[in-house]
Ligand binder design. Structure first.
Ligand code: ZN
Length: 253
């Protein structure tokens, strides 16, 4: 539709002007045919549903974790760090950076303990001590647990007051210590919704992680925190459940 309107006449009437000279009628059709608002580039770039979570255990470690945080920042990728309590002292700045730069911080116990072989009090102490240290570094928050080695029994799990996170892709980076092999193992197995296990303790794992981000981002993947992965899938995580992915709980023995 092409609507003819004399804007100058309208303005003249509104202003109480006496007459309206001969004017060229503006063509307003462009305003009527303009489509919906442009989708911002950041919403266009990710294909729907291609989200994954990178998780890093056993840090923080001064050099490797700092380099990883730099690389993730450059790439606009978020991750989740399951830190060991006894490694927080001296690395508080790295913990603060994780929080400030939008990463999720999780608890990997105080001394990397096998929780299923401790008595209940010791087990709760292993979890609590790290929570306190993280609270001091970045303030009180819900800190999800990743039991070292994924070991926790059903009875012990019932005592945990937060969700627990296992993993669905494990390249065994700590054993391979080979950037190329770690990259290949992850790229071979990864699917949308996966939780990838890596360790920021090793330089080879940091190199692999950043290369994995580059490759998967080029395929339309987006890297989000574990918490965000649950939210995107509309799944409410429950305390005491061990999740391999938001849509898959792991059986505990
Ligand atoms: Zn570990």
């Amino acid at each position: 539709m092409r609507r003819k309107i004399c804007v100058v006449c309208l303005i003249g009437l509104l202003l109480g002007a006496a007459g309206c000279g001969e004017v060229t009628e503006p063509d307003l059709s462009a305003y009527e045919t303009a489509g919906p608002a442009q989708i911002p580039a950041e919403q266009e770039s990710g294909e729907a549903g291609k989200y994954v979570a990178l998780t890093f255990d056993d840090g923080p470690r001064g050099d490797t974790t700092a380099r990883l945080l730099d690389g993730l920042k450059e790439r606009g990728a978020k991750a989740t760090f399951f830190v060991i309590g006894e490694q927080i002292a001296g690395n508080e700045e790295l913990i603060k950076r994780m929080a400030e730069e939008g990463h999720q911080i999780g608890n990997h116990t105080y001394s990397h303990a096998r929780l299923n072989s401790l008595d209940q009090d010791r087990m709760l102490e292993e979890i609590h001590k790290t929570e306190v240290l993280l609270g001091e570094a970045v303030g009180e928050r819900s800190v999800w647990l990743r039991p070292p080695y994924g070991f926790i029994g059903k009875d012990r799990a019932a005592l945990v007051k937060t969700p627990m996170i296992y993993w669905s892709v494990d390249p065994k980076d700590w054993k391979l210590l080979d950037t190329g092999k770690v990259i290949d193992a992850v790229l071979r197995d990864v699917e949308p919704g996966d939780i990838i296990l890596l360790h920021d303790f090793y330089a080879t794992s940091v190199d692999a992680a950043l290369a994995i981000v580059d490759t998967l981002q080029a395929q339309g993947y987006r890297f989000v925190t574990v918490e965000e992965l649950f939210r995107l899938q509309g799944i409410e995580p429950k305390a005491g459940v061990l999740y391999a992915r938001p849509d898959k709980a792991r059986e505990m023995k």
